[in-house]
Design a protein around this ligand. Structure first.
Ligand SMILES: Nc1nc2c(c(=O)[nH]1)N[C@H]1C(S)=C(S)[C@@H](COP(=O)(O)O)O[C@H]1N2
Ligand SMILES: [Mo]
Length: 530
């Protein structure tokens, strides 16, 4: 009866390809609709960011370290592209499935929407079920589209077409539907993008308006001779644009300083405190040069930077609330900082109040904090690795105990307490460099924050340790440059460096991994002298 129709209906490879295409379009629509809906919720609730964030939360430290090593700060881009690739593959497969079992294909899309919604609500920064709608709506839109598009292809071969069925395969109809779906998705996606982008505009405007008052207590001027002029050495002060960035945020939080609030609460306070950004700027500000270091830094790695920060002394604020350190009978030994993106970072109350320049920083190298580095306010505690001290985009400080609460990284097997280990790095020559025989300048930086660096030594091959020349010390919270003039002879040589801190402890040769409390060992560079 409808013989001529059935045989124009796509079969075999052609049917599967059209199914795959439908799947891809459905996936695309799902993500675009989710993006659009996330603009009404918050950008972080979108499925790619949510699934990516969930993946970051669950990545074992070894894999995370590997990813950071392989891709550096591009690790997040690689992750998002990876998620897109996997999603495309899944969508394509579901599309092919749907050419045979239309409902099952669609339900598959719906299931991935549900998975995205689950990932979004399970993030540490999640505001709860309100984070579910973007992925859920995306899933529904994708499922419906797949059902509809595959419907255009007609019934699979081998099933009998009902007489009432309209024309089985309407080629032009399919092309029209597919094109319309692609166009609508692109539109939804672009509108979503634009809306999500504009949410950050208030934050950008608020940052432009920030004027940081001059500090009541200025940093010691950098002593002459603290910054050596040697090619290839890390500059004494790291420019903001070159400052390393380590965080779990797939989307850099854009916080509006005019609506930002910080709450200080918890155990042992006489009074809680809620501060606005303007309140903070009215307090006496301190300016300090502090070297920040990441616990994930491998021996010789790049995750250390030195900047001039301006902020409020954290101890002043805590004292205003009546907080006492454990040594003065205070009941709280852990200060937990929370960020707008749900990060939790725990520091010892004792360290924060022992007289060091722990601060809530608002300025970095003469500018308001860059968004990447925690605008409007971040914490810093000289001498502690960033993951136990340097909460960016901070919004809440809770006084508690180490027994009562494990913050984000501690839940992931990193140490509860982590003072920075004494380390030194050879910046020049670079590994596998080919310097000419004669005098070669070997130089780099050494750090042991809050203890200070007293000595740096260099060894060539298995020779004796030779004392390097140390640049002038700024403070014990800052790194120190060093240099050593090496009379290089032809051949392959290994240069090794070690530092001694002011407690008299020399950097150990024993190699430990970054987890749980920072890498130890000595940095070596192999060069061939021509
Ligand atoms: N909100 C938030 N703050 C954070 C982190 C994070 O992932 N989220 N990472 C911490 C870590 S591990 C380090 S080393 C420092 C890095 O600060 P930077 O990116 O400004 O160099 O930020 C800390 N503060
Ligand atoms: Mo870190």
């Amino acid at each position: 009866m409808d013989d001529d129709v059935t045989h124009t209906r796509p079969r075999g490879i052609k049917r599967l390809s059209l199914g795959a295409l439908s799947g891809l379009l459905a996936g695309y629509a799902a993500i675009a609709v989710a993006e659009l809906v996330s603009a009404a919720v918050r950008p972080e609730s979108g499925p790619i960011v949510a699934v990516g964030g969930a993946a970051i939360d669950r990545t074992p430290p070894a894999v995370k370290d590997w990813a950071i090593r392989q891709f550096g700060t591009n690790d997040k881009l690689v992750l998002q592209l990876g998620i897109l690739a996997v999603l495309s593959l899944l969508a394509l497969t579901l599309g092919i499935l749907a050419t045979r079992w239309r409902l099952i294909g669609s339900l598959g899309v719906l299931a991935f929407g549900a998975a995205g919604a689950l990932a979004a609500t399970g993030r540490p920064d999640s505001t709860g079920v309100t984070d579910a709608p973007p992925s859920a709506a995306g899933g529904v839109a994708g499922a419906a589209l797949l059902y509809w598009l595959v419907g255009r292809l007609g019934r699979p071969a081998g099933t009998s077409a009902a007489v009432s069925e309209p024309s089985d395969w309407d080629r032009r109809g399919f092309i029209l539907a597919a094109t319309a779906a692609a166009a609508a998705s692109t539109g939804a996606g672009l509108v979503g993008r634009a809306l999500n982008g504009s949410q950050g505009q208030n934050a950008v405007a608020s940052r432009k308006d920030v004027v940081i008052p001059s500090p009541a207590s200025e940093a010691t001027p950098t002593p002459r001779g603290a910054a050596l002029r040697i090619g290839g050495i890390s500059p004494y002060v790291t420019p903001n644009a070159d400052f390393y960035r380590v965080d779990t945020a797939l989307v850099v939080p854009k916080v509006d300083a005019t609506t930002w609030k910080l709450r200080i609460h918890g155990k042992g306070l006489d009074r809680e405190l809620t501060l606005s950004f303007a309140d903070l700027l009215k307090m006496p500000l301190i300016e300090r040069t502090i070297t920040l270091t990441c616990v994930s830094n491998e021996v010789g790695g790049p995750y250390a930077g030195n900047a001039r920060w301006v902020g409020v002394r954290l101890a002043d604020l805590l004292e205003r609330c009546g907080v006492r350190p454990p040594s003065k009978g205070g009941p709280a030994d852990q200060l937990v900082a929370r960020s707008v993106d749900g990060m939790t970072i725990g520091s010892p109350v004792e360290d924060v109040m022992d007289g060091r320049d722990a601060m809530l920083a608002v300025g970095m190298n003469g500018q308001p904090l860059p968004f990447e580095h925690g605008f409007p306010v971040r914490m810093l505690v000289p001498g502690l690795y960033g993951y136990v001290s340097a909460c960016k985009w901070i919004r809440d400080i809770e006084l508690t105990t180490f027994d009562a609460y494990d913050p984000y990284w501690v839940k992931r097997d990193w140490a509860r307490r982590a003072p920075i280990k004494t380390q030194s790095r050879i910046d020049t020559p670079k590994p596998f460099a080919r310097p000419k025989a004669g005098t070669v300048m070997v130089a780099g930086v050494a750090w042991a924050q809050h203890r200070g660096i007293d000595k740096v030594e260099v060894r060539v091959d298995d020779g004796p340790w030779q004392e390097a020349r140390l640049a002038a010390e700024d403070t014990r919270d800052t790194w120190r440059q060093w240099s050593y003039e090496w009379e290089a002879t032809k051949g392959s040589h290994t240069l090794t460096v070690r530092a001694t801190d002011r407690t008299g402890t020399t950097q150990t040769a024993e190699r430990t991994p970054t987890i749980p409390d920072g890498a130890s060992g000595r940095h070596s560079v192999v060069v061939t002298v021509d």
